[in-house]
Design a protein around this ligand. Structure first.
Ligand SMILES: NC(=O)C1=CN([C@@H]2O[C@H](COP(=O)(O)OP(=O)(O)OC[C@H]3O[C@@H](n4cnc5c(N)ncnc54)[C@H](O)[C@@H]3O)[C@@H](O)[C@H]2O)[C@@H](O)CC1
Ligand SMILES: Nc1ncnc2c1ncn2[C@@H]1O[C@H](COP(=O)(O)OP(=O)(O)O)[C@@H](O)[C@H]1O
Length: 298
């Protein structure tokens, strides 16, 4: 790892921070990831996040999504457990919905909220309910962030184990600041957000910056324009969750996850060209990057 002006940057040798899989481990030894994602027409976002969590090393991944996505996701990723809801029940059958959500939150060791949730009316209640019941690390992305931007009082539910992963436009929606200003000094933007709200902030762009709640600052330069492809951010959420399951602290998982996501994008581009990479291939490239780590292969 190098440090320049107080900003940390992972290097290839830092891949050795990934621990070997413990002999005698069982699936419960490597975390239980809950992915609250997807809507009708956007099952793919849930799939990509879940796939990336498994590819990074999570032991057990469960997707909570609308019932309409159940069979699609079970066919796409049979390794994932599917829990589902009827969107109207979130507002109309509050008691049973809250019971289901509370049980799932108790089951989880880390939660992803937001990829592909969409912007339908029920999503606001869903996001508020999750923010209020979360007590394990929570990675908030995409429509989770857009909902918070639309209803700023939701920031009142933030806790220090939240990790927000906005791209520049989402950050602009969250802060009301123009995209040019955020891009101009992304480190300052992420730091100010962290300092204001007490959450870790991974502000994504060509060179993503991470302001961690423990005070550390990171910059990621491992990426490639191959990552500029629909679903790439959904994959990042799963990688961060997976790294947490391997034993990293949540804010280290965010910074290291951004670094690993960049390397996986490069690896995928070697095979498919920078133009041709699919988001799922970024997830599939994570284990290939990891194989370079001594002791990881067996
Ligand atoms: N297969 C799927 O189910 C997919 C679902 N997705 C989900 O779709 C939902 C909405 O995503 P959208 O991409 O429509 O909305 P966004 O708000 O992410 O992006 C809207 C537009 O903003 C611009 N933009 C994006 N990133 C930017 C950046 N870093 N700087 C400046 N401008 C930027 C682009 O022109 C983009 O078309 C999210 O919940 C997301 O998770 C997407 O990830 C794509 C794949
Ligand atoms: N030109 C680029 N160079 C390096 N990384 C990039 C580039 N474009 C996008 N990325 C990375 O790809 C990811 C895109 O995330 P996001 O915009 O949320 O995608 P999506 O909404 O399609 O899932 C981020 O991690 C970002 O840092």
């Amino acid at each position: 790892m190098t440090e320049l002006d107080g900003v940390l940057q992972y290097e290839t040798e830092d891949l050795s921070r990934i621990p070997p899989r413990r002999q005698g481990a069982n699936k419960g030894s490597y975390g239980q990831v809950l992915i609250i994602a997807g809507s009708v027409g956007m099952s793919g976002a849930a799939y990509l996040s879940a796939l990336a969590a498994y590819r990074t090393g999570a032991g057990l991944v469960r997707i909570l999504t609308p019932e309409a996505n159940r069979s699609i996701l079970q066919i796409q990723l049979p390794e994932a457990i599917i829990s589902s809801y009827h969107p109207e029940d979130i507002t109309e059958k509050r008691d049973s919905w809250m019971k289901q959500l509370t049980e799932l939150m108790e089951w989880s060791s880390v939660v992803v909220l937001g990829p592909g949730l969409g912007r339908a009316g029920y999503v606001k209640s869903l996001v508020e309910d999750v923010l209020q019941t979360a007590f394990v690390p929570l990675i908030v992305d995409a429509d989770g962030l857009n909902t918070i931007a639309e209803y700023p009082y939701l920031t009142g539910f933030y806790t220090e184990n939240f990790i927000l992963t906005p791209h520049i436009r989402e950050m602009s929606r969250l802060t009301g600041k123009p995209e040019e200003e955020l891009l101009c000094d992304s480190l300052r933007a992420a730091t100010e957000y962290r300092d204001t709200y007490g959450v870790s902030c991974c502000l994504k762009s060509e060179h993503s910056v991470i302001a961690a709640v423990d005070g550390k600052l990171y910059r990621t330069v491992s990426g490639t324009p191959a990552l500029a492809k629909a679903g790439s951010g959904d994959v990042l959420t799963g990688i961060i969750a997976g790294l947490y399951c391997l034993g990293m602290e949540e804010s280290e998982a965010a910074a290291f996850g951004s670094f690993l996501h960049g390397l996986a994008g490069r690896r995928a581009a070697e095979r498919c060209s920078a133009h041709g990479v699919l988001a799922r291939e970024i997830a599939d490239a994570v284990p290939e990057v990891m194989r370079a780590v001594p002791g990881i292969s067996i």
